[in-house]
Write a protein that binds this ligand. Structure first.
Ligand code: NAD
Ligand code: DAU
Length: 351
């Protein structure tokens, strides 16, 4: 039985990944979830699996070396998958410091503890793997054409993406220096169930449900490459099992859309489901500072080398996502009626 240490497992992608893994491997795996439960961490995301015998949760900060050490002492961990991060670009523009702490120092702390328990006299124990979950944002921004490949130079812009780029480099250093078995995955924008409604797609859905204006930054022509979260989980599982140590793998959805297209798409889909919404909810607001123009991933490497393919196309993924939010209004309301309102006021009232 393989033991996984998942960090950030009560956030959007981490909680989807844990559920995906239990659905796929059932009792064959043991998962330990370490999460600090910041504003973005939500144990409601894991209600379906929280009582499983082969699951443990620890409320812990990845910067806390001592307490991570205790966990490694108890469990013989085979795989570490580091999702834990401050993940929202807008918040990083407001206050970069926590991004540096969690995303850079936290990653280095986790790498160091992992090395301590996996290192042998001659190298590393066999069949161990550390996966750093990174982002396409480390590559910077594209013009109208071209794609990010794994060879594209790092050219991050926001405090968020720069902290993730730093984490990538320190992770790479553990391979280059110690030959620690690591992989780095860089994926495009995820969407799907359990995404915190500060992010664009759930924010649009939430605002439509609550009949609030939809803030579109600038002219709305910025492009993102959307990946359904379950496809991302499939890719991570492949990298854990088949990825070559030291390698970086890009993961994209091959679904480029302008932001304004996404807004109109969701309004139309919700209208078709009987919601009384209209495009007059759209409000163009002040642009994000340093707003990256376009992200687009070239996934050739993970497809050719590990056999990855997306299974859920954009229409299917969006339908699943919209239906999930409509069927889980309690989940959404709990967030929207909490501290979220203060955040929303602070970030949007002056725009
Ligand atoms: P999220 O914000 O929804 O979740 C992050 C989780 O990390 C939360 O549960 C939070 O409580 C936890 N966390 C934060 N600081 C911590 C700390 N110091 N110690 C322990 N736990 C901590 O983020 P997400 O969207 O699920 O993203 C997960 C990872 O994937 C991140 O590393 C992010 O950079 C990366 N990523 C996300 C996307 C995307 O579109 N969402 C795309 C590419 C890469
Ligand atoms: O590309 C991967 C990255 O995608 C991840 O690394 C990040 O963790 C994740 O947050 C995401 O970053 P983005 O900045 O691309 O995502 P966000 O949902 O914040 O915004 C998507 C686009 O929508 C972006 O061009 C900004 C725009 N936007 C966003 C918000 C929140 C708006 O126009 N209005 C909004 O209110």
């Amino acid at each position: 039985m393989k033991t996984y240490l998942i960090t950030g497992g009560a956030g959007f992608i981490g909680s989807n990944f844990i559920q995906y893994m239990f659905n796929k491997y059932k009792e064959e795996i043991f998962i330990i979830n370490v999460d600090k439960l910041t504003y973005a961490g939500n144990l409601d995301n894991l209600k379906k699996i929280e009582n499983l015998n082969n699951y443990r949760f620890f409320r812990e900060d990845i910067c806390n070396e001592k307490n991570l050490d205790k966990i490694f002492k108890i469990y013989d961990i085979d795989y570490v998958v580091n999702f834990a991060a401050e993940s929202h670009v807008d918040r990083s523009i407001e206050d970069p410091s926590i991004f540096v702490k969690t995303n850079i120092l936290g990653t280095q702390t986790l790498l160091e503890i992992t090395k301590k328990y996996w290192k042998t006299k001659n190298g590393f124990k066999e069949e161990k793997k550390y996966i750093q979950i990174s982002t396409d944002e480390v590559y910077g921004s594209l013009g109208e054409s071209g794609y990010f490949t794994e060879k594209t130079p790092i050219d991050s812009h926001s405090p968020y993406s720069s902290s993730k780029a730093s984490a990538d480099l320190i992770t790479k250093a553990y391979y280059d220096t110690y030959k620690m078995p690591i992989n780095i995955t860089r994926c495009s924008n995820n969407y799907g169930p359990y995404q915190f409604p500060e992010k664009f797609i759930p924010l649009i859905i939430s605002n439509c449900i609550n009949n609030k204006q939809i803030p579109v930054y600038g002219n709305g022509k910025n492009v993102r490459d959307w990946l359904y979260v379950e496809d991302h989980c499939v890719a991570i599982d492949l990298v854990i099992n088949k990825g070559i140590a030291g390698q970086v793998y890009n993961i994209g959805g091959n679904n480029e859309k302008r932001n304004i297209e996404i807004v109109k798409y969701i309004i139309c889909a919700l209208k078709n489901k009987g919601l009384n919404v209209d495009e007059d909810l759209i409000r163009h607001v002040e642009d994000r500072q340093g707003h990256d123009r376009r992200y687009a991933i070239d996934s050739t490497k993970i497809k050719a080398e590990l056999g990855f393919n997306t299974l859920i196309d954009f229409n299917k993924g969006m339908l699943k996502t919209i239906e999930w939010y409509l069927n889980n209004k309690e989940w959404l309301n709990k967030i929207v009626n909490g501290n979220y309102m203060n955040y929303y006021e602070k970030f949007y009232s002056k725009r």
